[in-house]
Design a protein around this ligand. Structure first.
Ligand SMILES: *[C@@H]1O[C@H](CO)[C@@H](O)[C@H](O)[C@H]1NC(C)=O
Ligand SMILES: *[C@@H]1O[C@H](CO)[C@@H](O)[C@H](O)[C@H]1NC(C)=O
Ligand SMILES: *[C@@H]1O[C@H](CO)[C@@H](O)[C@H](O)[C@H]1NC(C)=O
Ligand SMILES: *[C@@H]1O[C@H](CO)[C@@H](O)[C@H](O)[C@H]1NC(C)=O
Ligand SMILES: *[C@@H]1O[C@H](CO)[C@@H](O)[C@H](O)[C@H]1NC(C)=O
Ligand SMILES: *[C@@H]1O[C@H](CO)[C@@H](O)[C@H](O)[C@H]1NC(C)=O
Ligand SMILES: *[C@@H]1O[C@H](CO)[C@@H](O)[C@H](O)[C@H]1NC(C)=O
Ligand SMILES: *[C@@H]1O[C@H](CO)[C@@H](O)[C@H](O)[C@H]1NC(C)=O
Length: 767
């Protein structure tokens, strides 16, 4: 009896352990014990982020908050398996987590305390110190942040003390082990806050500009917190305090690399995101390369600074790969003092890891200093808060410049330019002889307008055909006004018109993509583009006219069906294969169509198939075989599993779509009960049954699950003319995961297709 009562008392004592841990009282997972800070703000104990896993972690979370929001994890790399965890503080003052047999995790250092106590404070800090002492703790969890920055914590670098603290994201939502994303300080040059993915910079919050981190004004504007930058030479520590301490706030680095500032809303029991980065494509590191500027709301995203041109025009214009950046139009004349500066307002400061800080000089002195050093490429103010001073000088090409679209954000960057380029930029601006250098300034908002005008005026020259004198380069809208999909030129030539409505899913990007691409391609099995027209918001493509329309209407239209005998179908299959072979291997570029389907195959008067609709196509350099996208575009049912689910596309995802098309052509034959007819034909003609079997087998080979198992288009063509019995046996076809009712969703993001809660699995058996 007494023993039981004692045990009960002991359990009660453990369960209501209060806010501290002493050498006599360990924290046992088996007894569900936790520590709760004295003001009921935070709780420390064992938890399982993944309820299906036996892994247990010691962590700190907000007290009495559902869902549980963990702010710190002790043993993030080494979980306790099962509920045998025991967290204790040794008599010398060291924290030890054991699983009953061995030590799983322990606090660092070798303290020598007489009466140690570990206490969970209302700030969320877990500290170890001498009982009753108010001195600084010998160990604190705030020195080892995980993925959450709480008020009072700091991340950054102190080279003197050797302290380096960063936020390291969880690996996944339910796995606290260190993930790929780390937020910390890059102390080279002028110290700046960077988020790395692995060893590469992923995005750059930048240096402090006296008001906010240059690249993350959206984390500042909320009037919610005051950031504290402790900057001393190369040391840079970042922390914050709350303007209103009653608002529960946290800053996290999400496992997906997202940096967020969030506040807890009691009423709705949810976190409210108050600011986050990356916000737009321009936040990703180095998108536009050296001397390139990223404009979040324009297309294309990148432009060279005025006075510069793309280093690699092909990559820049065609591949939309801007990472090579830009080169000067005119070299600097660094000795004669004729160089000037172009002032770009509203920007995020370029990467400062190659820059230098001059703490006490003002902007005029900075300009003089820049002109006096041949390697100076740009300068900017180091502190834009009123009364702030100092300047930053870049001696290497400035990289990772973003132009903020809202006028309030960003600051001025002065780019050094040769006099000839200054004059070219602004013919009208008079060179001011009173000053040593002239400065032309442009704000981001102004550039944004100019970019819009430029993209409206963009009318690419189409190839000119001598064989066809009626086709010409450009048309005015009135010349081809048409109301359905068909029109004719004044000369009488019939054309197919693709008119993009302003609400068309095909954006300006896709339109430009399509025009540039088709203009460069010439093949019997690709549709020919005759011209295009961009006028007053109308975007129109003109193709050669295809009297038989698209393959889907052809196959399923009763009148046409009569035309669609086996030989026709076989020729169509071979024609599509040839067109695709050209795209994949024989043209100047490697082109992945990404949206092959029946409705994108057009038939001319001789029933020659022509691949059309290059709006989603992607072009690759010679050796590249594969791409990856977060925006999965295309048509479900035709998409290969790896593309639909992981966004990975390659020539093999086109092969998959081709396989589906083939099976559809064969299937339609089957549905129309032509199987018998086939047999009859087989008697009359020489071996078409073999052709049919070969086609079925090739179709099945093309839709195999694993891309590496699928044949290339050159093998497909070879196999189409082979004996079916010689072909390899296909493995089971790939499954495509689709959103429930709609199978023709064309612009579903990867996020949607990965929501596994409402999935249906469709076997591709030729819909
Ligand atoms: C917990 O660990 C401490 C020290 O590591 C040990 O003294 C104590 O006996 C353990 N308690 C239990 C219940 O395992
Ligand atoms: C402790 O060690 C014993 C013997 O090796 C083993 O049976 C037991 O599972 C271990 N306990 C834990 C929690 O690892
Ligand atoms: C860096 O650490 C040293 C020694 O601990 C300390 O004196 C100094 O104030 C710290 N610097 C910053 C910027 O916090
Ligand atoms: C982040 O901090 C951890 C722990 O202090 C350290 O091991 C790691 O090297 C740091 N990473 C970076 C990129 O600074
Ligand atoms: C992390 O981001 C994902 C989306 O990217 C979101 O669903 C999730 O709630 C975020 N997690 C946290 C802890 O903020
Ligand atoms: C500098 O000026 C001299 C004489 O005025 C001229 O010959 C020279 O080409 C100039 N240098 C450059 C780099 O423009
Ligand atoms: C120009 O700047 C570079 C980089 O800061 C420096 O190494 C070099 O000494 C400077 N040259 C002169 C003449 O000041
Ligand atoms: C910027 O200047 C202001 C005003 O002089 C000063 O209070 C602040 O500490 C400076 N900030 C930085 C990051 O230098």
């Amino acid at each position: 009896m007494v023993r039981r009562a004692l045990l009960l008392l002991f359990l009660i004592a453990v369960c209501f352990a209060g806010d501290n841990l002493t050498p006599d009282e360990p924290l046992l997972d088996a007894s569900d014990a936790t520590l709760i800070s004295s003001g009921d703000k935070f709780e420390l104990g064992f938890f399982s982020p993944d309820p299906t896993s036996p892994n247990r972690y010691v962590g700190i979370w907000f007290y009495n908050m559902a869902p549980q929001t963990v702010v710190w994890v002790a043993n993030r790399r080494t979980p306790v398996v099962g509920r045998s965890g025991n967290l204790s503080v040794t008599s010398a003052g060291m924290l030890i987590l054991s699983d009953g047999n061995s030590t799983i995790w322990s606090s660092s250092g070798s303290p020598a305390l007489a009466n140690p106590v570990a206490r969970l404070l209302d700030t969320g800090n877990f500290v170890v110190g001498e009982t009753g002492s108010s001195g600084s703790p010998t160990w604190q969890s705030f020195d080892l942040p995980t993925d959450t920055l709480l008020p009072g914590m700091q991340i950054g670098i102190n080279l003197t003390s050797g302290r380096r603290a960063n936020l390291t994201a969880w690996r996944t939502a339910v796995d606290p082990s260190p993930g790929d994303f780390v937020m910390g300080v890059d102390w080279r040059g002028v110290p700046q806050m960077v988020v790395w993915r692995g060893t590469q910079p992923y995005w750059r919050a930048g240096p402090s500009n006296g008001l906010y981190l240059s690249g993350a004004p959206q984390m500042y504007t909320e009037n919610l917190v005051d950031y504290q930058y402790t900057i001393d030479g190369r040391d840079f520590l970042l922390g914050y305090t709350l303007r209103n301490p009653s608002i529960t706030t946290r800053i996290t680095l999400n496992y997906s690399g997202l940096n967020q500032i969030q506040t807890w809303v009691d009423g709705s029991q949810a976190w409210n995101v108050r600011g986050y980065v990356p916000l737009d494509p321009c936040d990703y590191y180095g998108t536009c390369g050296p001397y390139g500027v990223c404009y979040p709301n324009t297309s294309p995203l990148c432009q060279c600074l005025p006075g510069f041109h793309p280093e690699n025009e092909h990559n820049w214009d065609l591949l939309r790969d801007w990472s090579d950046g830009c080169l000067r139009n005119t070299n600097l004349d660094c000795r004669n003092g004729t160089d000037g500066f172009f002032k770009q307002s509203g920007v995020k400061l370029p990467d400062t890891s190659t820059a230098e800080l001059y703490e006490s000089i003002n902007l005029d002195e900075c300009e003089t200093r820049c002109l006096s050093n041949c390697s100076c490429a740009a300068y900017a103010s180091a502190n834009i808060s009123s009364g702030g001073s100092g300047c930053i000088i870049w001696t290497a090409a400035p990289t990772d410049i973003k132009c903020f679209s809202d006028s309030g954000s960003g600051q001025d960057l002065y780019i050094r330019l040769a006099a000839a380029d200054m004059i070219a930029i602004s013919e009208s601006s008079k060179s001011n002889r009173g000053r040593q250098a002239m400065i032309i300034s442009v704000s981001c908002a102004g550039i944004f307008l100019a970019a819009l005008v430029a993209s409206v005026l963009l009318i690419r020259k189409m190839r000119r055909s001598t064989a066809n004198p009626t086709s010409s380069d450009l048309f005015f809208y009135s010349t081809i006004s048409s109301h359905n999909n068909r029109g004719s030129l004044r000369e009488g030539q019939e054309i197919a018109v693709k008119r993009l409505s302003k609400t068309s899913a095909q954006g300006a990007d896709e339109f430009k993509n399509e025009v540039m691409l088709i203009a460069k391609l010439q093949h019997r099995n690709l549709v020919r583009l005759l011209g295009c027209c961009i006028q007053a918001g109308e975007r129109i493509l003109m193709y050669e006219y295809m009297p038989h329309g698209s393959l889907d209407t052809f196959l399923f239209d009763i009148e046409n069906r009569l035309l669609a005998d086996w030989q026709t179908r076989y020729n169509i299959i071979v024609g599509i294969a040839r067109g695709l072979l050209y795209l994949h291997h024989d043209s100047r570029y490697r082109i992945i169509h990404r949206d092959l389907k029946l409705s994108n195959i057009l038939l001319d008067k001789d029933l020659t198939p022509k691949i059309s609709d290059f709006g989603m196509a992607r072009i690759f350099g010679g050796d590249e075989m594969m791409g990856n996208t977060t925006k999965v575009v295309g048509t479900y049912g035709y998409m290969s599993p790896e593309y639909a689910m992981d966004g990975i596309f390659s020539i093999k995802s086109d092969v998959f779509s081709f396989g589906v098309i083939m099976l559809e052509i064969l299937w339609s034959l089957w549905k129309e009960d032509k199987a018998l007819e086939l047999v009859d034909d087989s008697l009359a003609q020489s071996f078409p049954i073999n052709e049919v079997l070969a086609c079925i087998k090739v179709g099945l080979l093309c839709v195999q699950e694993r891309p590496e198992d699928r044949p290339t288009m050159s093998s497909v063509l070879l196999m189409l003319s082979s004996d079916a019995s010689m072909l390899p046996e296909p493995k089971p076809p790939g499954f495509v995961v689709t959103k429930e009712p709609s199978e023709t969703d064309t612009s579903t993001s990867k996020g949607d297709s990965l929501t596994r809660n409402h999935l249906s699995i469709t076997v591709l058996d030729g819909r």
